[in-house]
Design a protein. Structure first.
Length: 339
């Protein structure tokens, strides 16, 4: 009964002063709702201590005595210890929350990219497969029996088969890049040799389309890289440039060095890309403006593969509008010991 009486006498004073402090703390939390998590946790630590101290002041009648001194010392010690801990924990939780949000955003973007890739590839696979099937059925049923027509159908089937093979190769290469299974053996690679081979391989296709290939470099740098992968990068860039350059246009390759890096540029005459789209040209399955070039489009994997291979070489690749078209620039580390 004595304890109950004491509580009944003390409680109104404790509640009367601690409750307003708690309400002020709640209002402060509301005002700071857009601030950092560390600030919020600090307020959550300080407000209960302040409310406790206010309640003790009410109970003691604002008379400094042994009880008040003890409570003040305890609250101060607890505050000195817990406030910095609250700041550290708040920053840690905030960093983790940001990391989790970024991870979820990356997962959503990757999933959307995968769905888009599957949709694009499914469409691109159906078209040549349907043509191959129709031509094979025509040959099998005897609808086409003249030697010239048979040879023509066979050539077209071979062409569609090669197209399907290139698409499968691109998908395999892209899967290696995205899975982190691409391991390069780097060595000294003369860019002149890589570019010469790529130009020789792509020149027949450029001639059929009426596109001129040219190089404008005398002193080619030597880079640290893998010959096969760098050749694929250059061929992908050339193929993309030829595809989007109209007849009688030119695709020009140039190279040089700047500091500890070598650069390789491929300039085309595609007419340019909208500034808002330039950052997307290296995305998987991105095909850009259908009005560019003559309407011929690949599977949208070449530039994505080129970016992955360049990054695997610890290099950079970027695109920008330049002159009558676009400039794709690759920067790679120079080989050790190259002057």
């Amino acid at each position: 009964m004595d304890l109950l009486t004491e509580l009944t006498h003390v409680a109104p004073y404790a509640i009367g002063l601690s409750l307003p402090v708690a309400l002020i703390g709640a209002g402060l939390l509301y005002l700071l709702r857009h601030r950092s998590l560390a600030t919020t946790l600090t307020v959550l630590v300080v407000v209960p201590l302040a409310a406790t101290l206010a309640g003790v002041l009410g109970v003691t009648g604002f008379m400094f005595g042994p009880l008040l001194t003890t409570v003040v010392v305890i609250c101060t010690a607890v505050g000195v210890i817990t406030a910095p801990i609250a700041v550290v924990l708040g920053r840690t939780i905030a960093r983790r929350s940001v990391w989790e949000r970024e991870a979820r955003a990356r997962e959503r973007a990757a999933e959307a990219s995968r769905r888009e890739l599957v949709a694009w590839i499914s469409h691109d696979l159906r078209t040549p497969l349907a043509g191959v099937r129709a031509m094979a059925e025509a040959l099998a049923d005897g609808v086409v029996d003249e030697r010239g027509e048979v040879c023509s159908y066979a050539d077209r089937i071979r062409g569609e088969t090669e197209r399907l093979s290139r698409m499968v190769d691109d998908l395999f290469e892209l899967s290696r890049i995205t899975a982190g299974a691409l391991h390069l053996e780097l060595g000294a690679v003369p860019l002149h040799d890589v570019v010469s081979e790529a130009v020789a391989a792509e020149n027949p296709r450029a001639q059929r389309r009426g596109v001129r290939l040219a190089t404008e470099t005398e002193h080619w740098p030597v880079v640290a890289g893998s010959d096969a992968e760098l050749a694929r990068v250059v061929r992908n860039l050339l193929s993309n440039a030829i595809r989007h350059t109209p007849p009688h246009g030119s695709v020009v390759l140039s190279a040089g060095r700047e500091g500890e890096q070598a650069w390789l540029r491929v300039d085309d005459a595609c007419g340019g890309i909208a500034e808002t789209e330039l950052d997307r040209v290296f995305e998987v399955a991105y095909r850009g403006d259908q009005a560019r070039g003559d309407g011929e489009h690949g599977a949208g994997l070449g530039l994505a593969i080129a970016r992955g291979l360049v990054q695997a070489h610890r290099g950079e690749i970027r695109a920008r509008n330049h002159g009558p078209g676009c400039r794709f620039e690759v920067r790679l580390p120079l080989a050790d010991g190259v002057a």
